[in-house]
Ligand binder design. Sequence first.
Ligand code: NDP
Length: 500
Amino acid sequence: MNKPLTRLSPPAEPREFGFFLDGRAVPAGERSLIERRSPAHDVPVTRIPHCTQDDLDAAVAAARRAFDDRRWSGLSGAARAGVLLKAGALIRERAEEIAYFETLENGKPIAQARGEVAGCADMFEYASGLARSLHGDSFNNLGDGMFGIVTREPVGVVGLITPWNFPFLILCERVPYILASGCTIVAKPSEVTSASTLLLAGILTEAGLPDGCMNVVTGPGSSIGQGMIEHMDIDMLSFTGSTGVGRRCVEAAARSNFKKLGLELGGKNPQIVFADADLEDAADGVAFGIAFNTGQCCVSGSRLIVERSVADRFAAMVQAKLERVRIGDPLDESTQVGAITTEAQNATILGYLRKGQEEGARLLCGGTVADLGAGRFIGPAIFTDVTRDMSIVRDEIFGPVLTILPFDTLDEAVEIANDTIYGLAASVWSQDIDKALTVTRRVRAGRFWVNTTLAGGPELPLGGFKQSGWGREAGMYGVEEYTQVKSVHVEIGKRRHWGA
Ligand code: NDP
């Protein structure tokens, strides 16, 4: 099943998926269907059920039962690890199918999708070890009459709302860690990219995850997503998406049951390039950082902050790289940049390209709608002659649009980098270790790269400072996020009486 598909073209008929409840796929039945058209080929590729509030309630009830009767949290870490390891192996076996649907629904290049799916299997394998290592603390210093224990307990039922830009990767940066903690899940993928989440739910059941521990409801954010953030029986919500909906999550949690929140929101991430950097390396990294996933990436390096003495030369180097990027059919194995995922996102990006020029910035390259058949394609763009108050510098565009600002001193570079409401990620490029580490310390961002960008993996935590969000995903931090701490005082020997 893991052989590369012989015919890499869209399917003749869209594949219909059910939603996932209590261990099994439920066909749409009387429910209406949401059809997804490939953004690169403009043909229907998948159909999913438009779930109802009753479906959501049933999914939450299934997850609640599975949590309360301890069928998952009551297992040993070793037993949970076994399921996660098996799931990792099954993801590897079904990688080709997952990557195919990811590409069809999202528009990302198939080679990239394959890489992401392999990374996701790795997440499961790594998290399996964490299921066994998760532990609390003890206090043996409370005197002979008292012993203190701090335990970590799973939070309970977790609602998981994921976006369309990395449907499988973002899912797998969360699911194995949530399951390692002993929690149960109700997931809601974006209505435009639900297939890989539904495939994962089936894989988890096949791997031996008890029924009810992973449920998936499908449908629009405005109804099903909103129902989740307001739900009284969801104990924690992990949301990844726009800052606007993140704010709604906070408001809804306050209005409902004060559910714990993990939020990974937007970014407007600086790439600081010093004149002493390996400029060839840095230009390649900066081009990759803005073009990867067509810039529809919360950690994309969209603000280039470059030392003035090399600014023009460096801009020309990045431009040369971007003009060579292979844009095209994402099912073609040689494609580097695929289609823009949604019509709305396409309109947003084109709007910013217009606005940037109206505001007086100079479009150095790109920004043209590539004529590649039925799909939505935009060539990676660079703006120079920008000022810090321009919307293209301040707003998260979520597209392949790079702005360039020069700096003269390290302090100025740091000040420009921090001049944003966001704090998700940043990169610094320099061969001077003192400069690189000083900048790493002073720029306020949850993820940092030195002489590289967009590096990741299952070990290090993910998350943002400032308005980029709350909490951390992945690594042991990511497992602990889905636990709460209980302190236990244990009396040793006979208790001294209050009245004595
Ligand atoms: P949203 O925040 O609307 O979507 C993210 C997820 O939230 C999707 O699953 C969506 O479902 C769901 N959702 C939408 N409305 C609600 C709601 N009221 N309650 C609960 N869940 C909801 O992002 P958009 O798709 O509109 O993208 C807009 C902008 O957000 C982008 O331009 C980008 O700036 C940012 N973004 C950031 C991401 C990140 O990785 N940090 C990811 C995606 C977007 P559905 O899609 O089914 O409506």
